[in-house]
Design a protein around this ligand. Structure first.
Ligand SMILES: NS(=O)(=O)c1ccc(C(=O)NCc2cc(F)ccc2F)cc1
Ligand SMILES: [Zn+2]
Length: 260
């Protein structure tokens, strides 16, 4: 039985207003104001199933570290909820802050989390490749999961132990048999809205699904994220921190919520 999933958030300071991308009408991330979200009874539960044998490698791309999956088969997919088709998992990555009072890209009633997980999927029924989908309407579905500091996350530790091998930009390390399901909250309540990539080219091709409940992870695990570098070997050391985008105007969009 699911615990009451309603999440009460304490409002924090207002996010600073940022100039919006030229001509963008559906940019991400945004602040989700729960009182303005629309409960949509037609939103079915998400169907998420991942195959750990699809996990290939970890890559420090200079923005974040990406855990990349083999998307040549149909084993790691998400469907249901707001999604018309099934979407294949391509990679997951995180955004985090230099300090615990910032890090997430989305916020809930201005409540910021120290980190946010993005599981990036592409619409394999409508498009042939990820690169095609990324530039297309309904091309991508990204599941966002907030991380809050607390108990160490046992499932995440395997990933944390591999991070020293990808300390520098452009480094990769083989990484296998990891099941990202361990990072999905047990409560499957979510918000959903039409948005964009949060890094260039910020294409407006993303259906965002933001899980209402955060997962917990430990201080040492967040420290491991913060000891990655933006810079390649041999260059000045710049810690990979504050790799989140400033929030964007909601414009003419509605955030829908589940009633689970
Ligand atoms: N933070 S987020 O979840 O919104 C996000 C997800 C994926 C990407 C991405 O794949 N970029 C690289 C990339 C860009 C392209 F334009 C084409 C291919 C490609 F791999 C960027 C941001
Ligand atoms: Zn992201």
């Amino acid at each position: 039985n699911l615990l009451a999933c309603s999440q009460t958030a304490k409002p924090a300071n207002q996010q600073s207003w940022q100039t919006q991308i030229q001509g963008g009408s559906r940019q991400s991330p945004i602040d989700i104001r729960s009182s303005e979200s629309v409960h949509d009874p037609q939103l079915t539960p998400l169907s998420i199933s991942y195959d750990p044998s699809d996990c290939l490698q970890i890559w420090n791309n200079g923005d974040s570290f990406l855990v990349e999956f083999d998307d040549s088969k149909d084993n790691s997919v998400v469907s249901g909820g707001p999604l018309e088709n099934h979407y294949k998992l391509k990679q997951f990555h995180f955004h985090w802050g230099a300090e615990n009072n910032r890090g997430s890209e989305h916020t809930i009633n201005s409540l910021v989390y120290p980190a946010e997980l993005h599981l990036v999927h592409w619409n394999a029924e409508k498009f042939r490749t990820f690169d095609e989908a990324i530039f297309s309407e309904n091309g991508l579905a990204v599941i966002g999961v907030f991380l809050k500091l607390g108990r160490k996350h046992d499932g995440l530790q395997k990933l944390v132990n591999a991070l020293p091998a990808v300390k520098y930009k452009d480094s990769t390390v083989e990484f296998s048999n990891f099941n990202p399901s361990c990072m999905i909250p047990s409560c499957l309540d979510y918000w959903t809205y039409p948005g964009s990539l949060t890094t260039p080219p910020q294409t407006e091709s993303v259906t965002w699904v933001i899980m209402k409940k955060p997962i917990e992870f430990g201080d040492d695990q967040l420290s491991a994220f913060r000891s990655l570098l933006f810079t390649p070997f041999g260059e000045k050391l710049e810690n990979m921190v504050d790799n989140f985008r400033q929030q964007q105007p909601l414009m003419n969009r509605v955030v829908r919520a589940t009633i689970l």
